[in-house]
Design a protein around this ligand. Structure first.
Ligand code: PLP
Length: 374
C-alpha cells in the first residue's frame, strides 16, 4: 500500500466539490439532467442509467485504486462479471479457474454456455493446465487469486505472460485480495473485477460491483455500452455508501490482516483441523507465489476440519462471535459451510469452513473458534 493509495482512499470522491466546496462527496439522486435542445445528444450527464455524477466520482476512485485507465460501476459483482462475458461473442472460448466463485460458475453454466460461450474450467494453480486448455478461439482467461473458498493461489505473472503470447485477454476477480494487496493491472492483466459488496464497501450494507480496465480498448467500449444499455447500475446512494466505505478501507484492512494472521496461525496448530488454507502460512502450496504478487495475504481464511460434513456443520452451529452468514469483507466476522450453499456440483470439500475475519479482538475470535472446535 503506497502513500498515494492511502490518500486516494482517505479522500475518496470528487472532493472538495468544485461547486460548493463540500469536503465529502455530494449525492446526486436526479435520474435526469437538463441539456440544451440543439438537435443532438451532447456529452455530459443526461440520464442516470448512462451516467450520474455520484457514480462518476466513484468510478474515478475505483480506477485510481487499481491503477487503471477507467472503471465502470455495477449493481453487483455478478452484474460486473456478466458484462465481461456479454462483451464476448457466441462461439468464443474462455478458460476459468475451476474453483471460482460459485455464482460465476453458475452464471457461465446456466446463461453463457447456452448463449454460445465455450468454457473450460481447470485448476489454474497448476499453470500447465492453462497451456493445455488454450484453443484457437480462446479469447479470455477469468481467474481469482486467492480463489473462493479454497484459497488457491494462481501465478498471475506466468498466466499473463502465456496469455499475452496467445493474444488472450486476462480478467482477474480481485475481490479476496483487494486493491490494497494486489494490483493485477500492474502485473499486466487487462481487466480487474470487484464485488464491492465486500471489503471496499466494508460494512455489509450495500451490493455493488466494479470493472477496471488497463486500457480503453474496443472490448472496454463494448463493456461500457453493455453497462449503459443493460442498466445493471448501482443507485447513487449505494455509490455514495461505497465511497464512504473506501475512506476507511486502509485502517480496516490493517486490522483485518492482523486478525486473520492470528486466526490462521491458531487453526494451523489445532488438532481438530486437518488443514488451514491461508496463503500467509509457509505450509500453503501457493505461499511463495503469493509473496511475489501480493503485499500481504488477505483476511479470508478457510479450513478443513478433521472429520465429515456433519462435523463441520456442528462447529458452525457452535460459534458465538462469528456469525453464520454468507458474504465477506464486513467489520463483523462471518463463518460459512460453503458446500451447503454451493450445491452438489461444487468442487468445495465437504469439511471446509470459510471465515471472513472481521475487526473484533483477535483473542475473542480465537477463543470462539476454540470452544466451537471442542
Ligand atoms: N466474486 C467473488 C470472489 C465473490 O465472493 C462474490 C460474492 O460472494 C462475487 C464475485 C459476486 O459478487 P456479488 O455478490 O456482489 O454479486
Amino acid at each position: 500500500m503506497t502513500e498515494h493509495f492511502k490518500t486516494i482512499c482517505a479522500h475518496a470522491g470528487a472532493t472538495p466539490d468544485p461547486h460548493t466546496g463540500a469536503v465529502t462527496s455530494p449525492l446526486y439522486f436526479s435520474s435526469t439532467f437538463h441539456y440544451p435542445p440543439t438537435g443532438d445528444y451532447p456529452p455530459g450527464h443526461i440520464y442516470s442509467r448512462e451516467s450520474n455524477p455520484t457514480r462518476a466520482s466513484l468510478e474515478n476512485v475505483l480506477a485510481q485504486l487499481e491503477q487503471g485507465e477507467e472503471a465502470a460501476a455495477f449493481s453487483s459483482g455478478s452484474a460486473a462479471a456478466s458484462a465481461v462475458f456479454f462483451s464476448l461473442r457466441p462461439g468464443d472460448h474462455i478458460i476459468v479457474n475451476f474453483d471460482a466463485y460459485a455464482g460465476v460458475r453458475a452464471m457461465l453454466k446456466d446463461v453463457f454456455m447456452p448463449w454460445g460461450l465455450a468454457v473450460t474450467f481447470t485448476d489454474l494453480s497448476d499453470i500447465s493446465n492453462l497451456t493445455k486448455s488454450i484453443q484457437p478461439n480462446t479469447k479470455l482467461v477469468w481467474t481469482e487469486s486467492p480463489t473462493n473458498p479454497q484459497m488457491r493461489i494462481i501465478d498471475l505473472v506466468s498466466l499473463i505472460a502465456i496469455c499475452k503470447q496467445h493474444k488472450i485477454k486476462v480478467a482477474v476477480d480481485n475481490t479476496f485480495a483487494t486493491p490494497a494487496l494486489q494490483n493485477p493491472l500492474v502485473l499486466g492483466a487487462d481487466i480487474v473485477m470487484h464485488s464491492t459488496t465486500k471489503y471496499l464497501g466494508g460494512h455489509s450494507d450495500l451490493t455493488g460491483g466494479a470493472l477496471i480496465t488497463a486500457k480503453k480498448d474496443e472490448q472496454w467500449e463494448r463493456i461500457r455500452h453493455i453497462q449503459h444499455i443493460q442498466g445493471a447500475i448501482p443507485a447513487p446512494f449505494d455509490c455514495w455508501l461505497l465511497m464512504r466505505g473506501i475512506r476507511s478501507f486502509v485502517p480496516r484492512m490493517a486490522q483485518h490482516l492482523s486478525n486473520a494472521k492470528a486466526v490462521a496461525e491458531f487453526l494451523s496448530n489445532h488438532p481438530k483441523v486437518e488443514r488451514a488454507l491461508y496463503p500467509g502460512l509457509a505450509s500453503h502450496p501457493g505461499h511463495e507465489v503469493a509473496k511475489k504478487q501480493m503485499s500481504d495475504f488477505g483476511a479470508m481464511v478457510s479450513f478443513l476440519v478433521n472429520g465429515t460434513k456433519e462435523d463441520a456443520i456442528k462447529i458452525a452451529q457452535r460459534v458465538k462471535i462469528f456469525t453464520n452468514a454468507t458474504s465477506l469483507g464486513g467489520t463483523e466476522s462471518l463463518l460459512e459451510h460453503r458446500k451447503s450453499v454451493e450445491g452438489v456440483d461444487s468442487p468445495t470439500p465437504d469439511n471446509l469452513l470459510r471465515l471472513s475475519v472481521g475487526l473484533e479482538d483477535a483473542n475473542s475470535l480465537i477463543n470462539d473458534l476454540e470452544q466451537a472446535l471442542h
